[in-house]
Design a binder for this molecule. Structure first.
Ligand code: ADP
Ligand code: MG
Length: 471
């Protein structure tokens, strides 16, 4: 994302933005004749042809200039005005001109002055503050039958945020199918093409923890207004907002305010809105105000296309046979396809083996078990405790308090089904219990899952969360 930019190009970008923000007369008379001189990090020096101009600009357009410059150069941008009264003398080159600034009285007896305008920090505008990942763009997103509608909706929004029938845009579908990629792509495109729009990407987890932090610092109003002032709000994995009333209430208000102002809202979820049972129904019904779109797992052709494109990016010379083998064995999602390519790359670099079909087969075989290997008993415990609101330390104690004991059983059950740990090892992890206790816990939870829909859903939710966090 970071590329070297010239003062001319920065100034040009600045002009394009400011043109829409000041009267045309002002733009033509005052802004057009200004010459950019140099760019030093995010310090842009411009040359004024009239000393009066400095006062005029500062007086009338200080805010809009600052804001626009920060949009081009990021927070901390500084604008330096330079005026020299021998500007019209042709004897000096631009370079000499700038140098003369260091010495207010130059050899020609001409006066020059340099005025530094300190820009106040303006939040949410520099790219770093958007939360967007520049790697996820439309260019790198492969179109296929499963994601066609979601992709089309995302593109339509990026061209006309807030003004399509996709407001809110609600994208749902399973893990690793490209939801996060797609919503970053929308954000990146809006950031690139509509500089005046403020965009923010966040996950519902981050939203929640930011909210809690702001409650503690008594800054909820500030937090809320930051969100209400956005043009585009993107929240990933909205299913994790469930069960947190304070956060949900605030999000509800922000949602209404943005929607009312015609601002674009983009959300993803791992399931359709009506299945977000723990979320307030006032909210889930609003999610369907726009056209909800789902993403389905990629079909064979799309898997082939994705593999081809990614192999090219990693500079892997795969034969058709290899690609076909992978595409027909790794079916569930794109993340696993990527994982497979990375595995091949890692094997080739670490063990110096040649790329051949045997290596590909081995990596494909490994890929389903890697997922399990990455999941640790600690992360399972942490996620279960988060979900159930139980103190993590108590899980390893002897306590038999019923909520702790149940959480512990769920941890044991999930550790058994999601890791390769033996019953004995699991018992050791949870306070040195023996293997029959673990077996009993697994049987209890299994029984509960088959008799109670609620438990079944709870366990599925926790599992999904673990998979999402650990893979
Ligand atoms: P989700 O948010 O649905 O769980 P992600 O957006 O995180 O899925 O996608 C997982 C990985 O797969 C990411 O690295 C992403 O770039 C890649 N990916 C998913 N779909 C596509 C696609 N259609 N084209 C290219 N890459 C994709
Ligand atoms: Mg995601």
């Amino acid at each position: 994302m970071q590329q070297i930019r010239s003062h001319e190009s920065v100034w040009q970008e600045f002009l394009e933005i400011i043109k829409d923000r000041v009267p045309l007369m002002t733009y033509n008379t005052w802004f057009m004749p200004i010459k950019p001189i140099s760019l030093d990090n995010n310090r842009l020096t411009i040359q004024l042809h009239d000393p009066f101009l400095y006062e005029y600009l500062e007086d009338k357009y200080n805010r809009v200039i600052n804001r626009s410059l920060v949009e081009v150069l990021g927070s901390g941008a500084k604008l330096v005005y330079e005026y020299s009264d021998n500007l019209n003398k042709n004897s000096q080159t631009d370079e000499e001109e700038s140098r003369s600034v260091e010495e207010p009285k130059n050899g020609n007896g001409a006066t020059s002055s340099k005025i530094l305008l300190e820009l106040p920090e303006i939040k949410q505008i520099s790219f770093d503050d958007t939360g967007l990942d520049p790697r996820y763009t439309f260019d790198t997103f492969i179109k296929g039958a499963g994601n066609q509608l979601a992709r089309a909706a995302a593109i339509a929004i990026s061209e006309n945020p807030g003004n399509t029938s996709f407001n809110p845009l609600f994208i749902y579908g399973g893990v690793g199918l490209g939801k996060t990629h797609l919503i970053h792509a929308v954000g990146n495109a809006i950031y690139a093409n509509h500089r005046s729009k403020s965009v923010l990407y966040t996950s519902s987890d981050r939203f929640t923890s930011e909210f809690v932090e702001n409650i503690q610092n008594r800054k909820v109003a500030e937090f809320s207004s930051k969100y209400r002032n956005l043009d585009v709000l993107i929240i990933d994995d909205i299913q994790f907002l469930t069960g947190k009333p304070g956060t949900i209430e605030l999000f509800f208000n922000i949602f209404n305010s943005l929607y009312h102002d015609g601002k674009q809202i983009i959300l993803t979820s791992d399931r359709p809105a009506k299945e977000l049972k723990d979320l307030d129904e006032r909210l889930t019904s609003r999610f369907s105000w726009g056209l909800p779109v789902d993403i389905q797992p990629p079909d064979f052709e799309t898997r082939m296309a994705i593999l081809n494109k990614k192999a090219e990016r990693y500079n892997l010379q795969l034969t058709n046979e290899m690609i076909e083998y992978m595409a027909s064995h790794v079916k569930s999602n794109v993340r696993e396809l990527e994982g497979c390519l990375l595995k091949i790359l890692a094997q080739m670099t670490l063990t110096n083996v040649d790329l051949n079909i045997e290596l590909v087969k081995m990596c494909v075989k490994d890929i389903s078990s890697t997922r399990i290997v990455n999941i640790s008993v600690d992360s399972i415990t942490k996620i279960v405790c988060d979900f159930l609101g139980v103190d993590e330390k108590k899980i390893r104690d002897k306590t038999r308090k019923s909520d702790i004991a149940r959480a512990r059983q769920i941890c044991m059950y999930l550790t058994k089904s999601m890791t390769k740990l033996t019953l004995k090892m699991i018992g050791l992890h949870f306070g040195g219990r023996d293997h029959s206790t673990v077996l009993h816990a697994c049987a209890e939870i299994e029984k509960e899952i088959s008799s109670s829909q609620k438990t079944k859903e709870l366990i599925e939710d926790i599992k999904r969360r673990i998979e999402l966090t650990c893979t």
